[in-house]
Design a protein around this ligand. Structure first.
Ligand SMILES: Nc1ncnc2c1ncn2[C@@H]1O[C@H](COP(=O)(O)OP(=O)(O)OP(=O)(O)O)[C@@H](O)[C@H]1O
Length: 315
């Protein structure tokens, strides 16, 4: 549905986007993740036709932003970083205005407004002026204007910035509700947000695309070792020595002594040499009781930090 092709954008001497390529399938929700100044907003503004690229292209539904900008714009609903809301208009009046500028046929306007009002949970504030809305509701109104005209692609630039925790929770639920027949790109520097909402993540730093995959696959792919938690009812030093004797074990540390008994160990092992069955056998051989064995998985946070702090860490 969206294909970003060798995109570069320079602002004078500053290269904000550097030969970036990635694609988004129809119906996907993709998180565009990167630290401040990474080039997210610039990429999104080019996608929506607000800026022109220095080189490269973006295609939406097969249409090029360079040669068919109107076709592209008709297919995109955009919520910029600060919601483009006229404060003196009522919710309904503003949405009617958006219908006009998006050229929704007059006979379909009331139905369109009802639809986006319901989808964004704005029924209770329909006749209120935007100035009197909370930040959370203003953001909902911003989302509603992006949905007017039923565009197949929705682009959201840092949509939860500035919202309080309850508003953020509610707004994320709304975004999750968009999934399915729409293609959604949302930029964020908040890792849990992206792993919670998105099917796939595109990581950008200093204008370059560093990785793109599902949150789980990225975490797995970039893991350099495996890690386990073992709780065993038995003597701490003997068990440590026994586990250390196994091939592929890099490090063993006692984590704590749980009140329920036993000792909890954190075991780090080579990724390609799964030690689980050998650890279990060793413990049972010595007639100790194995109380628990679990895998510690690396979160997206580790992956992200590894990538953006390592120069040239593309995968
Ligand atoms: N209009 C502009 N003129 C000059 N430089 C700009 C302009 N807009 C952005 N930049 C620079 O381009 C780089 C990328 O900025 P951009 O806003 O695209 O990043 P971002 O990932 O969206 O960051 P943020 O989350 O802070 O908005 C930054 O170095 C920024 O300072």
């Amino acid at each position: 549905m969206i294909s970003v092709e060798e995109l570069t954008k320079n602002y004078g001497p500053v290269r904000a986007v550097d030969n970036a390529s990635f694609s988004v399938q129809a119906g996907e929700t993709v998180g565009f993740l990167g630290p401040n100044g990474a080039g997210k907003t610039t990429t999104m503004r080019i996608m929506t036709g607000l800026f022109t690229p220095s080189s490269g292209d973006i295609k939406v539904d097969g249409y090029s932003i360079l040669s068919n900008p109107l076709e592209v714009k008709q297919r995109i609903g955009y919520l910029p970083e600060s919601a483009p809301v006229y404060l003196d208009m009522t919710v309904e009046g503003y949405l009617r205005f958006v219908c006009e500028i998006k050229k929704v046929p007059p006979r379909q306007r009331s139905e369109q407004i009802d639809k986006v009002v319901a989808e964004c949970g704005l029924e209770s504030v329909r006749t209120r002026t935007a100035r009197k809305l909370s930040k959370g509701y203003r953001q909902r109104l911003g989302l509603a204007q992006a949905l007017v005209g039923d565009p197949p692609v929705i682009i959201l630039d840092e949509p939860t910035v500035g919202l309080d925790p309850t508003q953020t929770f509610e707004f994320r639920k709304l975004i999750q509700g968009l999934k399915g027949n729409r293609t959604v790109i949302l930029s964020s520097h908040i890792l849990p947000e992206v792993s919670m909402i998105c099917d796939r993540v595109v990581i950008i730093s200093k204008g370059k695309i560093l990785a793109q995959d599902s949150p789980e696959a990225l975490a797995q792919r970039l893991q350099s070792h495996s890690e386990f938690l073992l709780t065993v009812d038995g003597p701490e030093q003997e068990i440590t020595a026994d586990l250390e004797s196994l091939q592929g074990i890099r490090d063993i540390r006692t984590v704590h002594h749980p009140v329920s008994g036993g000792v909890q160990f954190r075991v780090v092992a080579d990724l390609e040499n799964d030690p689980r069955d050998r650890m279990v056998r060793k413990i049972l051989e010595k007639n100790h009781r194995l109380l628990e064995l679990s895998v510690v998985t690396a979160g997206l946070e580790d992956v992200f930090l590894n990538l953006v702090t390592e120069e040239g860490g593309a995968v």
